[in-house]
Every structure is written in C-alpha cells, then in structure tokens.
Write a protein that binds this ligand. Structure first.
Ligand SMILES: Cc1cc2nc3c(=O)[nH]c(=O)nc-3n(C[C@H](O)[C@H](O)[C@H](O)COP(=O)(O)OP(=O)(O)OC[C@H]3O[C@@H](n4cnc5c(N)ncnc54)[C@H](O)[C@@H]3O)c2cc1C
Length: 454
C-alpha cells in the first residue's frame, strides 16, 4: 500500500515537506489550487466542471483518457463522416437543451442510423424465421415502469422498504407482468447488464426507464445536428483549457474535513492539486479509487460492487447489407425469449457512414480484448462469408452497470452508499450514483449536486 502524503491541507503544509511522496520538489506552478477537483471527465464530470465554472467556482478535471467524454466516442471515418460508437442520443430535457445551446450546438430529433432490422441466429449466420420474435408493444411495460417515478433519479429517492418487485430477477418480473413481447427488445436496450433475465429488476428498469422508452421507441430523443456527440466535449475542453489534466491519474491523496490534496501523474510531470472539495465521477470500484486512500468505511461499501463487461467497436470491409441493423437471436428452446447467452456480440448497427458498422458485445464478466475482437470478427464473417472485416475503432466500456445483489439493496446498501456523499469533503456522481443516461446525470448535477457543492 502506498504511503499517505499527509493528514490534510493544513497539516500537510508542515508535515509533507520532505516526505518521499509529498510535494517537496514540486514548483509553485505545479501546485494547483481550486474550489473543486473532479476525477473523471466523462459525461457527468465535464458537465459538472462547466456548470461549476458558470457559478464562479474554480475547478480542475483529472481525466485518465486523452480526451473528455468517457463513454462518448466519435470516430472520423475515411469518408470524413463522424461516426459515434458511444453516447449518441439524449432525453429532451431542459438541461440537455441548455448544455448544447451553451456551446452553440443545434439539436435535432434523434433518428437511429439504418433502415432495416434483421434478426439473425449469429451461431449460424442465418436469419431467424419470420414470426420467431413477437412484435413488441411497450404499453404494459410502461404501466409497470410508471409505478417507480424515481428510476431516472438518484438512489436518494429509493423507498424504504424497497418494493420487492424491483428486487426480482428480471426474468421473473417479465413473467409476473406478462412482458414477454418486449423481453427481447429490452435485452438489447439494457445491454451492459450481463445476462439480463438474471439481473436484478431495478437495474434493468433504470437502464430502460420511462423517458428512455419515450426517447428511443417513440422518437422523443435528441442528438446534435451533426450527430457528432464528441463535438460537445471538444468544445468543453477548449473552454476549460488548462483546467483539464488529460491522460492523468491520481496516485496519492489525503482527504479530510479541511479539504483534499491529490498527487497527480500527468504527461508533463507530477502535480499537486489542493481543493476544498473533491467530486468523483469515475466508477467507484475499490481498485479504481484505491489511490484516494480509502478508509475501512469506504472500502467496506465500495467492495460490495459487482460489474459487467461491455465492449464496442467500429468495423469496415464487412460486406454487410447497407443500412441493416443485425440483432442476435437464438431460436433454440434453451434461450430465454430468444436472447443468446453471453458473452457474445449482441447486435450490429449501420452507421452514418455506409462502410462502417458498429458492434456491441457484452458479458457478465470481464473479457480480454483479444477474445472480444476475435468473437466479433467470427460473427461478422459468419454473416458475410468471404468478407474480411477489420476493426477501425475499439472501446472497453467496462465496468458496466456497477451494482450490488438484491439482498444488499434490501438491506439498505444504497443508504450506506449515500452516507459517503460529503464524507471527507468527497462527493460523487456518475452512472453508479444516479442512472446511466447523460440527461439524467446532468439533471442530478444541476438540481441536487451543485447546491450541495457550492
Ligand atoms: C456504447 C455506449 C453507448 C451509450 N449510449 C448512450 C446514449 O445514447 N445516451 C445516453 O444518455 N447514455 C448512453 N450511454 C450511457 C453512458 O454511460 C452515460 O450516458 C454517461 O456517459 C455516463 O457518464 P459518466 O460520467 O457516469 O461515465 P463516463 O462517461 O464513463 O465517464 C467516466 C470518466 O472517468 C474516467 N475515469 C475512470 N477512472 C478514472 C480514474 N481512476 N482517474 C481518472 N479518470 C478516470 C473515464 O476515463 C471516463 O472519462 C451509453 C454507454 C455506452 C457504453
């Protein structure tokens, strides 16, 4: 375990000088003083940074990757067309309209690229016979989901006791409420939840909540006019300028009621960040947050989290049908509602570029990149024998759906988790804390988090 750099900002000024991991050899300009330090410059971290600045707070964002955006990813194809292989549409909330408009990016109604849905047994490359899959009607599903209006919000609104229906494995929820006709489609929408019928219902319903269905099924979602989602984060990066440390990670920290001090490894050397408050938006897994010097209370809570594997990529040279979206369906009797067992490639989408296809692969547990890629290539070749598909972009979006068991939820896990908000001047947001939709994350920041942080 790494040595700690001090007991807090005030104490550190005296005790850390000369400490082997302390800031003794760091020059004045490498010490960054801010109101709020933010770890993670994805959707929630970038939005929070901009909104804090709008409220005259000083910030610094520490982001592991070489650009802002996290799960937002846009690739420039040979044609020059910008192709998303990450976040691509948003619920039409005022926070979304305001955030895009702040960067002069017009929004349009989101229409998913492609024009034909094809259901294929990926193990044979053959289309499943017409009528194998029921036609989905979301009416009954929406009636159920509407009973839980807090799904798109933070866990703070979860009732006590938690409704038992929300703690069922999702397969039992489907049976109980006769939702078989939408089960296959929900398995696609809730990708990243492992084998969805074994997943605890509340996580599936949070992924496929009321507003999500309105957006994706009933056409109420929005996207930037160019469909280039990354453009928002590139503009945010320009505005934040030196307030962002890209390709950077914290490797030591002290946190207390006096403030936080972080030692950050950056491409231009080590920097010390001293901030009044810390906002963590990176996934709160023990391995990821260990450099913050987690204490027993924090470790006990975060170590209960489990997560799933989720991977996406763009491929060309596919010889697939232009405009087609291919969904993996397993007509064998042992597959629940024709949904194939994971890990596997779940579906392939056409993109704005006719030569580029977007592959979505998910797994109950982590899968090495080599296996994900080879599984995907095999499936593409089965769909178009003789083709020679190639990856032009790849992303590991794990850990996905960071959550806990139904028993832990029943026993009050989320009360324990929320007791960490503000503990040692450390605050949290991000998909684990709110929901895995950017619009809902931004709503949370705007109306719940900012008042607490300022
Ligand atoms: C393929 C895909 C498509 C999606 N499509 C949509 C969509 O269309 N609409 C929608 O609303 N949602 C979509 N989502 C859900 C998406 O996850 C959320 O909308 C949102 O982006 C989550 O934001 P976040 O800030 O919690 O996480 P992220 O965006 O993942 O940001 C977390 C950031 O923390 C950084 N980080 C992690 N660990 C560290 C560390 N130790 N130190 C420093 N930085 C660290 C990561 O690099 C990342 O930039 C999609 C997700 C995926 C994977």
């Amino acid at each position: 375990m790494k040595a700690r750099i001090g007991l807090g900002i005030a104490a550190c000024a005296v005790h850390c000088l000369g400490h082997p991991l302390g800031p003794s050899n760091i020059s004045g300009e490498d010490v960054i003083l801010r109101d709020v330090a933010i770890i993670g410059g994805g959707s929630s971290g970038t939005h929070a940074a901009i909104r804090l600045k709008d409220h005259n707070q000083t910030v610094v964002v520490i982001e592991r990757d070489g650009e802002l955006g996290g799960h937002v990813r846009t690739y420039t194809a040979n044609s020059g067309i910008r192709v998303n292989y990450g976040v691509s549409n948003f619920q039409n909330y005022s926070v979304v309209r305001e955030f895009f408009s702040r960067f002069d990016i017009p929004l349009v109604q989101y229409v998913q690229p492609g024009d034909t849905d094809v259901y294929v047994d990926f193990s044979t490359g053959q289309p499943v016979p017409n009528g194998t899959l029921p036609v989905p009607d979301f009416t009954a599903y929406l009636t159920e989901v509407a009973k839980y209006p807090y799904l798109g919000q933070s866990w703070e609104l979860l009732p006590d006791p938690v409704p038992e229906d929300l703690l069922l494995p999702f397969g039992e929820f489907v049976e109980k409420y006769n939702l078989q006709d939408v089960a296959f489609t929900i398995a696609q929408f809730a990708i990243g939840n492992g084998n969805v019928f074994e997943q605890t219902t509340i996580y599936v319903l949070k992924a496929v909540d009321y507003d999500y269905v309105q957006g994706i099924v009933y056409g109420q979602g929005v996207a930037p006019e160019t469909y280039d989602t990354q453009s928002l984060f590139n503009k945010a990066l320009v505005e934040l300028g030196s307030d962002v440390l890209l390709s950077s990670t914290v490797y030591n920290a002290s946190r207390s009621t006096a403030g936080v001090e972080l030692v950050v490894k950056t491409p231009t050397g080590r920097k010390v960040v001293k901030a009044k408050k810390l906002l963590v938006t990176a996934p709160p897994l023990v391995g990821n947050l260990q450099p913050l010097g987690l204490d027993k209370k924090e470790t006990d809570i975060f170590s209960k989290f489990q997560s799933h594997g989720f991977y996406t990529g763009l491929l060309n040279n596919t010889s697939l049908t232009p405009g087609a979206r291919y969904y993996s369906a397993d007509p064998n009797a042992n597959a629940t509602y024709d949904v194939p067992n994971l890990p596997d490639l779940q579906f392939i989408w056409a993109t704005k570029d006719p030569d580029v296809y977007w592959a979505w692969y998910s797994s109950p547990t982590d899968v090495p990149e080599e296996k994900v890629k080879s599984d995907i290539i095999t499936r593409f070749k089965d769909l178009a024998p003789g083709s020679n598909p190639e990856f032009i972009a790849y992303a590991n979006d794990s850990p996905s759906t960071v959550g806990v068991s139904a028993d832990e939820i029943r026993d009050g896990f989320y009360n324990d988790l929320l007791s960490l908000q503000g503990y040692k001047n450390t605050w949290y947001t991000g998909s684990t804390w709110v929901s895995d939709h950017s619009a809902e994350l931004w709503n949370y920041t705007e109306y719940e988090l900012l008042p607490k942080l300022m």
